[in-house]
Design a binder for this molecule. Structure first.
Ligand code: FAD
Length: 446
């Protein structure tokens, strides 16, 4: 090992940058390789100067994100926080109804399910809230004991009627994470239920990537450097990366945190012996499945849509459009005066998303414009197509048993090659940061 210890971090997302911070704190020399032109990974927003604030897909975080708030205080970013109202509107067969996680009244007024289900839902939520410390949505080590193979749908139907589940719990989960409750662990839903009651919701005024950028300060950050090969020779890690000019350079390290998505991590480490990457870890990486996401945004007149709203389709079907989210923005008119608008994000359902991924922007807008009124009939016909973001690997799916497997793999981690990312846990920026910190600690405490 060199005197300070030199560590490579492959991937400058929330996990990789959190790892970099921890490694720097431990006195390591750190190089962050990031394939794209900026840090933040999936938490990085697009930016357009025509709107104020200039930020697009704006990730939420809540009052129960601990690491996030620690960093906000440490970096003095309090003035960048924007509190959002938790204005969830569930649409069942064309009928919208409010369902707020911080309002008992909205639950009791919620018309889409019988009163019996509302009471059962409240009882289950109170029960899970008492287990909040163990049912930790960010931490697979704590969540693993609850991951007994039950799916979220089986859990839902145990505590609610079929209709109650489809119109109450399912829309709250599927509209955020896009996957289907039949495919995911009950532990994920129970953990959400345990945490979300009474939570406040926030976004960063200029995007969440600020946290990744601040976390990585002090590291040698190599943007537009795609790691193409990772070898371990005589216990030393050799990283080859292709820079923006196409040249490939190789550098030697003491160890590495691989903080990409699981398929990239699996590919980069495929040739390493089982003494370095255990069979269990390899199988885990190779088995991770991701739900894709397509977010199609429009600028609309302020008064044409409810503000800061999260409009969600109810029911068990895969609808053409699953979710619409509205964020207030301002644009300048021809005289340079500010005009209030909404940036409305449309998330198509799963089948439509899969069909539209990879098509031209024009085709994606045309199809989304045609389908959006199936969820929100009043969606303005003169909405201005604005920006599209495609994420073929958006959300790693926590299949039943996945938290148990990831806890096992995390416990097996040891240098010189360790892994980090939200595929170990829940697709949430806070969880990704926790996994990065854990991976770094494995190296620094070895
Ligand atoms: C549409 C969408 C909405 C979301 N909404 C929220 C939300 O509201 N709140 C919330 O908390 N979370 C949200 N999330 C989840 C959150 O974005 C992720 O959980 C988190 O950003 C994952 O971080 P990560 O570091 O594990 O992975 P990533 O962000 O994927 O980071 C991996 C990085 O590795 C880089 N990379 C890949 N291959 C290479 C290579 N060969 N060499 C070098 N670099 C490489 C990538 O470019 C990327 O920057 C959302 C995610 C999506 C997709």
């Amino acid at each position: 090992m060199t005197e300070r210890g030199k560590t490579a971090v492959v991937g400058g997302g929330m996990a990789g940058c959190a790892a970099a911070k921890e490694l720097l704190k431990a006195g390591r020399e750190v190089v962050v390789y990031e394939a794209s032109p900026g840090l933040g990974g999936r938490a990085r927003s697009w930016h357009r100067p025509e709107i104020e604030p200039d930020v697009g897909v704006n990730l939420w975080f809540t009052s129960f994100y601990k690491l996030m708030f620690e960093r906000i205080r440490e970096y003095g970013l309090e003035d960048q926080l924007v509190e959002m109202s938790n204005n969830v509107i569930v649409v069942d067969e064309g009928r919208p109804a409010e369902l707020l996680s911080d309002s008992l009244l909205s639950l009791f007024r919620y018309p889409h399910v019988p009163m019996r289900d509302r009471i059962r839902f409240l009882t289950a939520t109170v029960r899970e809230t008492f287990r909040r410390k163990q049912l930790d949505i960010f931490d697979p080590l704590k969540l693993a004991p609850f991951d007994d193979g039950t799916t979220a749908a089986e859990y839902g139907e145990r505590i609610l009627s079929r209709r109650g589940f489809d119109n109450l719990l399912r829309p709250e989960i599927e509209s955020f994470w896009l996957w289907q409750c039949e495919e995911v662990s009950a532990a994920h839903v129970r953990a959400m239920q345990a945490q979300v009651a009474g939570a406040k919701f926030y976004v960063f005024r200029h995007g969440m990537e600020v946290i990744a950028e601040r976390n990585a300060e002090g590291a040698d950050i190599r943007l537009e450097h795609e790691v193409t090969e990772l070898q371990v020779i005589d216990g030393r890690v050799h990283i080859s990366a292709r820079g923006a000019d196409g040249t490939v350079a190789t550098e030697e390290f003491d160890d590495v945190v691989v903080a990409t998505t699981a398929p990239v991590a699996a590919k980069l480490t495929a040739a390493l012996p089982t003494g370095i990457v255990s069979q269990d870890t390899r199988e885990f990486l190779e088995s991770q499945r991701y739900e894709p996401a397509l977010s199609v945004s429009y600028l609309v007149d302020f008064s044409s849509m409810p503000s800061e709203a999260h409009i969600v389709a109810a029911g068990a079907e895969d609808p053409p459009v699953k979710t619409i989210i509205t964020f207030p923005r301002q644009v300048r008119d021809e005289q340079g005066r500010p005009v209030d608008k909404h940036l409305a994000f449309i998330y198509p359902g799963r089948a439509v998303s899969r069909r539209l991924l990879g098509l031209s922007t024009e085709e994606q807008f045309a199809e989304t414009s045609r389908l959006v009124t199936e969820l929100w009939p009043d969606f303005p016909a003169d909405a201005e197509p604005f920006q599209i973001a495609e994420r073929p690997h958006a959300m790693p799916v926590p299949e039943p048993g996945r938290y148990r497997r990831s806890a096992r793999v995390i416990r097996q981690q040891r240098g010189p090659v360790v892994f980090a990312g939200d595929f170990f846990t829940s697709p949430i920026s806070e969880a990704a940061m926790l996994s990065g910190i854990r991976a770094a600690e494995t190296l620094t405490t070895a």
